[in-house]
Design a protein around this ligand. Structure first.
Ligand SMILES: Nc1ncnc2c1ncn2[C@@H]1O[C@H](COP(=O)(O)OP(=O)(O)OP(=O)(O)O)[C@@H](O)[C@H]1O
Length: 474
């Protein structure tokens, strides 16, 4: 389903003439990237890439690199289980097999078709554009990215595609005002590769051609897509911003939408403490003078199951923990307490994030909601729903008097049922009925059937997921 949504999005990107920005976390993604851009069938499918001279050259280089004649004494790359690729020298060739003495002193045998020539003339610091490599094969590009990464150069071009490697550390000098100023209007490729250069070229093309443009940010979880997108938005806000007038500016609202979305759609996962559990399409609208005039964010396919199911060392959506850490009067108003007391949170033993204050983030989210234009009344309703989901998860069931029926388990369960109903502003009896009974509508009649405790739990979780995902979509 995601693939279909993505394909549709891709086609619409194509119509809008995309500029690519690719984020890489690990070798696997780069492998996919090579496949996607250099597989002949894929290339011919993507007319816009086919038209792109640079990509055709890259593809030709790729083929050349893979089919190069290898002889005894050639310096090559050979696949390694641990390190992905090892450098070595061919010592013997027998038929289609080559014997290689690797740089770490091992002797390995590999098929000739599986080894790749090493570029012995590549500069020590790597190249800033992969099209400058003699051989554009996987070990070659990975070696180049690694060399640059070790020099803190996290960005590299492949033609007009930007490859970004996650630095896993703050690099403020890369994104400050001075840097933005430098990239403003600079011809693409003149300065070091940078995410601002991609945003700049997209913006200029939009202004010059009077056509919409898109930037695609792709990569595996934790690769840095969200951070990269924020940088892109910051730079576009810098280019298209207005002098601050009274109240909120559109660009402020655009930027402040991030913390709001992250509070409700991000969670800690094994790979990423702030993982977006949804897809996002950000549209920034500019007027004919190149000033930001509006913005829209469309979200896709929130991971609904996380609302009810979470395991160590992951967490549920940030907003649940933020609300539990809200000022005392809010916590009392929503009848909350420690995250440890809620079933939807305590299935995992992780409640806090290192270096993150949920209490601080709660206030920051409230501020961001103000800036985005969510009224105090709406904010109150939003957090009522968040609290209601937590209480809903604590409604346990036991067997009722009738066969295969269920009722709230004890006083605790009844308290949470009553509180959920209060927060959702619905009738508690109606809510209990909805959880413990199923209504089937047939052409002849409406049948109401009792649910056993297990089915009532499924129905409770279904309701929690639906409420939360509707809130997120809203
Ligand atoms: N350019 C960067 N500078 C500094 N840190 C970064 C940068 N890019 C990523 N990071 C770090 O890596 C973490 C993960 O990045 P990010 O959340 O952007 O990944 P993602 O690709 O959006 O992941 P997911 O798909 O799970 O949402 C960030 O929280 C941040 O700590």
């Amino acid at each position: 389903m995601f693939k279909i949504a993505w394909e549709q999005e891709w086609n619409s990107f194509m119509k809008k003439r995309a500029i690519y920005c690719l984020v890489v976390g690990k070798a696997d993604i780069y492998r996919n990237f090579l496949f996607f851009f250099f597989d002949p069938e894929q290339v011919s499918d993507r007319n816009c890439i086919n038209e792109n001279q640079e990509c055709e050259t890259q593809y030709a280089n790729f083929v050349k690199g893979s089919t190069e004649n290898i002889i005894v004494g050639s310096e090559v790359w050979v696949e390694d289980q641990e390190l992905a690729w090892l450098h070595g020298t061919v010592s013997k060739i027998t038929g289609q097999d080559a014997e290689i003495e690797t740089s770490n002193g091992k002797k390995v045998t590999a098929k000739l078709s599986k080894i790749y020539p090493k570029d012995m003339e590549a500069p020590a610091g790597g190249v800033d554009d992969m099209t400058k490599l003699s051989y554009l094969h996987e070990p070659g590009v990975l070696e180049n990215l690694k060399t640059r990464y070790e020099l803190n150069e996290i960005y590299t071009y492949t033609g007009n595609i930007l490859i970004a490697i996650n630095p896993f550390q703050r690099l403020p000098h890369l994104y400050d005002g001075h840097m933005m100023q430098q990239y403003k209007g600079a011809p693409f490729g003149e300065l070091s590769p940078h995410v601002f250069a991609v945003a700049d070229v997209a913006y200029r093309a939009m202004i010059n051609e009077g056509k919409s443009n898109s930037i695609l940010v792709s990569g595996e979880s934790g690769a840095g897509k969200t951070e990269t997108t924020k940088m892109l938005m910051r730079y576009l806000a810098f280019l298209g911003g207005r002098a601050a007038t009274e109240g909120r500016t559109v660009e402020q609202q655009v930027l402040e939408s991030n913390p709001v979305l992250e509070a409700f759609g991000n969670a800690k996962t094994v790979r990423n403490n702030n993982s977006s559990r949804f897809g996002k399409f950000v549209e920034i609208q500019f007027d004919k003078h190149g000033r930001i005039s509006g913005a829209a964010i469309r979200t896709y396919l929130l991971e609904r199951s996380r609302v009810c199911q979470v395991s160590s060392p992951e967490r549920n959506y940030h907003c649940f923990y933020l609300l539990c850490a809200a000022p005392q009067e809010e916590v009392e108003k929503y009848k909350l307490g420690s995250p440890k007391s809620f079933h939807y949170l305590n299935q995992s033993t992780c409640f806090e994030l290192v270096g993150v204050s949920d209490a601080h983030d709660y206030l920051a989210t409230r501020r961001a909601m103000d800036i985005v234009g969510i009224s105090a009344k709406e904010q109150e309703a939003i957090f009522r729903v968040v609290a209601a989901v937590l209480h809903l998860g604590n409604i346990d069931f036991t067997k009722g008097k009738e066969v295969d029926s269920s009722v709230p388990k004890d006083d605790q369960a009844k308290f949470h049922l009553k509180t959920t109903a209060e927060l959702l502003m619905c009738d508690p009896v109606g809510l209990e009925d909805a959880l413990c009974k199923r209504v089937m509508i047939t052409p002849e009649e409406v049948i109401k059937r009792s649910l056993d405790p297990q089915s009532a739990v499924i129905s409770r979780d279904g309701l929690a997921k639906t409420i939360y995902s509707r809130l997120f979509d809203w």
